[in-house]
Design a protein around this ligand. Sequence first.
Ligand code: NAD
Length: 701
Amino acid sequence: MTAINPVTDLSQDGEIAVVTLNSPPVNALSAQVREGLFEAFSQANASDAKAIVLICEGRTFIAGADISEFGGAMTGPSLQDVQGQIESSPKPVVAAIHGTALGGGLEVALCAHYRVAVPSARLGLPEVALGLLPGAGGTQRLPRIVGVEKALEMVTSGQHVPAKAALAISLVDELVEEGKLREGALAFARKAVAEGKPLVKVRDNNAKLEAARGHPEIFANFRKANARKFRGFLAPENNIKAVEAAVNAASFEAGLNDERRLFMELMSGTQARAQQYFFFSERKAAKIDDIPDDTRPRDVRKVGMIGAGTMGGGIAMCFANAGIPVVLVDSAQEALDRGVQRIKGNYAATVAKGRLAQSDMDKRMGLIHPSVNLGSAADADIVVEAVFERMDVKEDMFRKLDAIVQQGAILATNTSTLDVDRIAAATTRPQEVIGTHFFSPANVMRLLEVVRGSKTAPDVLATTMKLGKTLKKVPVVSGVCDGFIGNRMLEKYGQQSLFLIEEGATPAQVDAALERWGMAMGPFTMYDMAGNDIGWEIRKRRAKERPDMVYSKFADRICEKGWFGQKTGRGWYRYEKGSRKPIRDPEVEEMLAQYRRDLNIPQRSVSDDEIVERCIFALVNEGARILEEGIALRASDIDMVYLTGYGFPPYRGGPMFYADSVGLGKVLTSIQSFQKGYQGSQWQPAPLLVKLAKEGKRFNS
Ligand code: NAD
């Protein structure tokens, strides 16, 4: 065995040379890995070996590019140099794949003449998720093996294809027994030598491309079928164009040049930066500065879920999906039965769509134990409360939980707006109390705001953050304030959406402008979906708590009519029976005109640009306050909340990233101009925004 460098070895087993990479944790294509590969292959090529196996130590094959190199200067041989060295080897090269061969990893494997894999391996080109395309020949080689349609699907979805499926589309040539990758790959290489198998260069394999040549409808149809999914994103389109280039370019090299150009176009744009920031921000959100990494989380073996309503049912499903038993408690038998039926219905729908096996549904249902007796939750390790959103109800519940539930258990509340410290004060153990703010539908939405009370113990916080991950959520820490991070900002956004219609816009115009800009759903469609009565209740409470609060009273007129949204068939829009499609309602617009007359608000025409600026900068300004007050630990946490819980477009990176990319000076100037407009007193630029704008700095330093 020869050590080529600290991460690469070259050895020989009989007539087969073996290049072994060992660069933990994931054998990413760092400068050192590229250097090692280049040198190892040049030595193996010069040796008397008859074939070469490329294999990795550790938990995976090359899992991708070294993302920390993005944007910086590259040193050492380029990935293309390494690929050339492998592909032009005069001896058969066999890539031996376990774990994941993703992105640059698969692009390297595609330069080998053969690929073998263990059944648990997965292969894919996930660059699209980072706002990019596979820029090392992936879009040119992949369709040559799997065909154009499959390649389009893979590069635009970024999906990881399991080895068995990869075998079916010829992406791997043979599956070898789990745990015996080295032996299997060596045997394959020996056979290749013995049988004189040809040196298959994927780049020369044009049959599948020729089949697609002269059929532009393949691409047109694909674009059309995915138009909604790709809306606003640049990367899927450039991925499609690159595969199109593979089909139509005069040569493989010409296709590579097109791929390079399309890659650079993405790489130099804001979208790719935003999507990479999204990727890194998720990991960052797990870090809490004053909680040491080695804080021991508590074991969570049993959960008590209190309240079997909309949220309780969804949250119980999250636990059952993760294999954790839940007692689901509701005070009313009827509500409990309804809750269980709804859970069953949800699972059954997933089974019907073929996305869940009946046996898995049965297993999950078997983990949910309904009860009308709060005492059934006494031995739970964590109790999550999702009863009615009223302080007296919550305080009463926590007093009872304090008396019943075993010591050492975490007591969590799913409140969306109430003071977690006050709820904690109803118990004799406020250090065990925390907020777990799930989003609706709880079994689908990824965001989990973890609300740290002033007395919450460090290990309670650490346990809850870990539990969030176990539930496959994105846990983000928030301090205690009215609405926490997400809903507190949303209030300002909502306030502007209503002022805009008071001045002359319609709900449909506001929604359309924001959706065109990239929001998954406009605010009025969102209110109708969530139920207008929820906001109404909150407004009534706040009218008492904060009588000086300025807000549009027009929403109250809608609620007074009983138009609570989708559930009542009418809200800001009309809904046909059984449909969720909002239909513009002239009666609402007439009520709006009447409201303006009643309040003497002159009507003017409002531009789409103004709608977007006012709503989005309202988020940014409140975000700046949240950051300054320490409610959020960092700007990127605020962005994670909006990206994973509020349908903010990933390619804009979240409100704070977006503000940074627009320039904080520009944001401040706009806010100052809004101060002179309608309800201008509601616009007070956040001190942090003013400071950073003056210093020419950003929220994300
Ligand atoms: P819901 O009205 O659908 O469900 C509440 C359930 O609690 C009902 O089944 C009720 O019977 C039960 N309940 C009431 N008092 C009880 C008691 N003393 N003991 C046991 N069960 C009791 O409400 P929801 O929408 O599920 O909201 C629950 C909580 O989650 C609220 O705090 C709400 O603010 C919060 N939340 C709601 C949403 C949402 O979109 N609906 C989102 C995030 C957070």
